[in-house]
Design a protein around this ligand. Sequence first.
Ligand SMILES: [Zn+2]
Length: 569
Amino acid sequence: MSEKRGIQQEVGAMLRKVSVVTALILAIVMVVSTVCFAEASPYAVSPVTKAAYDKLAADASVKEALDFIKTDDANTLKEQRTICEIPSPPFKEQVRAADYQKRLVAEGLKDVQIDLEGNVFGIIPGTGNGPKLLVTAHLDTVFPEGTDVTVKEKDDRLYAPGISDDTRALAALLSVVRAIKDAGIQPVGDIIVGGNVGEEGLGDLRGVKALFRDHPDIDGYISIEGGSRGRITYLATGSHRYEITYKGPGGHSFGAFGMPSAIHALGRAIAKIADFQVPTDPKTTFTVGTVSGGTSVNSIAAEAVMLVDMRSNDEQEVLNVEAKFLSEVKAAVVKENARWNSHAISVNIKLVGDRPAGSAPDNSAPVQAAYAAMQVIGGTPSLSGPSSTDINLPVFLGIPAIVLGGGGDSGNNHSPDEWYANTDAYLGPQDVLLTILGLTGVKGVTEPLLVKGAVRPILLETNGKLQLSQADPQKAGSLVTVPLRAAVEGLGGQVTWDQASKTAEAKLGGHSLKVNVGSAQVTLDGAAKTAAAAASLLNGKTMVSLDALTLLGIKGEYVDATKLLKLTF
Ligand SMILES: [Zn+2]
């Protein structure tokens, strides 16, 4: 769109100078650009999806449920205001979660519970053996403790931090649940409905990470966000974020001159990072977001810290820019120390954000269902570009997922001036309801569009933290193999790789384990041992059998039912 507008502006400017020939050529350019624009084919809903939605749209109980949402509008808005006034800062969502739990119980959901991470959810059971659909809105806001969250009304708008993001979605979801109950609809598949923690900022998707870790049988996911309806997000921009801390002895700028400086080391790293080249497609970005440190103008800095954000729409590109970044961060230590013939500078590298990227087809069941549902409700649905949301994790895991808007209008999200207007807001929960019903199917009306049996990969957890690498643990018969670097570094150790000999060395707790790709012979602290299987390469990652890792003192527990490999050290 912007490209077309640019051409037209150029046309306007140049016509003022004008020759007839130039004008003709430009006219052709305009026609061509218009034709190109018009050629973008409209999104197509498959005949199967269309048929399901024709049946749903004609069904009396589905109509009743949609009508219910409209009459429930004022009640939903009231609930939105009430929930908004319960503060829910990052990592402090407990009070709002407890409140939401009461609301889910009151709506008649089964097995309502709060998990160890703080997510609250309950179940609308299907008829049995159907697919399992997870639908959540996030409980957390970006606003710190102490923020005034009183809702104020002005000119048909509600103003309060979090009134849209994501309280609108929490309220819309409750209205959807009420509508299903009121109309007596029996879904075929199970619907898990809830509020999740940790969507914003340094929450780092901890809520959905726990949900998908603990429920390996989820077949699809809908995340509701407090935006206007009509857009369907199904792609995920991944990000890795680091806190890098350089430390040194510090000292007087004059008296201690000759000592290396933490700030100078940081500067060396930033100078290199600033020159990184990254692809434009898939869009890949990096930025040093904040820097801090030093003591005073006449001190050699003892500490310097930076927060760095790297993103891409492709997970491999995140890993590529991350690898370059980590290498420069470490090289800066060596260079600053070498400059002053010292060993005094060190660096502490802390991963503070790990949101995996993922690509997904635009014709997955949730995208198709949402598109068809919005056509039934009315309006012009559109597919959004990638962004960073709660669907990052399922998309990365290969589980179909979308983000839908909760309805109404809103603005200034994440700012104290956040506002919400209840304009045609009921259309949001109507979209969500109809999307859900298409995916789970309705007894006596339609079969589920969501395919049961999505197979998520085996997940790796190290000392309680999920490690999302591009090589997942594998299981063949009774043999479990593990990505060596993700496992050992996740437990606080280090792994080095020698390309020439195809040897990896893992160091952990004062021990050294050397493995050779293609061989089951390993070396522990210099002594030869034999592992259950030869080390191998998978997606460029060294994989070793679990028994080889236990030589380092690592305890491993693999549970087939949850498809989770837990390593502790
Ligand atoms: Zn949000």
